[in-house]
Design a protein around this ligand. Sequence first.
Ligand code: E4P
Length: 218
Amino acid sequence: MKFFLDTANIEDIRKGVSLGLVDGVTTNPSLVAKEGKSLEDVAKEICDLVDGPVSLEVVSTESKDIIEEARRLAKVHENAVVKIPMIEEGLKALKVVSQEGIRVNVTLIFSATQALLAAKNGAIIVSPFVGRLDDISTDGMDLISDILTIYDNYGFDTEVLVASIRSPMHVLQSALMGAHIATMPYKIMEQMVKHPLSEIGLKKFLADWEKHKQLVHD
Ligand code: E4P
C-alpha cells in the first residue's frame, strides 16, 4: 500500500520523508493557495524532496484549456501526475492527454460510476473523497469497496487513491479493502505512529534499565 501526503506544505513533506513513509504527494488548488506560492514553484520544491508521483491539479474547466494546462503541468517534472476534475470537459481532456502518455489522476470522485468513466478514458489514478462523503452522512468507504470491485471485475489497472482522509480509521479500512494508495495530511501519519501502550511500555523499559544500571554500578 502506498502512502501519499495530501499537502503542498514543504515542512510537512520534509517530516513525512524523514519517517521514510512518503511514496508520493497530492496537491489541489486550495492546498497550493494556502502556501502563497505559484504551483510550478511548489511543484519543483516537492519533486526535489519526494521520489514518487506528485499530483498537480488543473484549474481550467474547458477541455481545450484543460489539455493545454495538462501538457504544461506534465512538463514541470518527470514525476508530475496531472489532476483533472470529474466533469464532462475533464473526461474529454483525459481521453486526449492520456493517449499522449500524460499520467492523469481524476479527482473529485464521489460515485463508482464516475470512477468507471475515468478508468475507461485512461486515468492511471482516481481520487474518491471519503471524508467529504462522510460529512454528508454517506459512508465514504462503501465507495472505495465498490470501485475496487468494479476495477477487479474488468481488470482495470487504474489505482484507487483514497482521498479526503480524516482519521487513521480511514487508512485502516482502506488497507483492509486493498486500496492501492491512501493520501493523508501529515497529522494522520503522526496519529498512526502513536499508541498509548507503546509509550507506557517504553517508559517502563527505560525505567527498569535505569534501575538495572544502578544495580550494576553499585
Ligand atoms: C485529494 O487529492 C484532495 O486533495 C484531498 O484529499 C481533499 O481532502 P479534503 O476533503 O480534506 O479537503
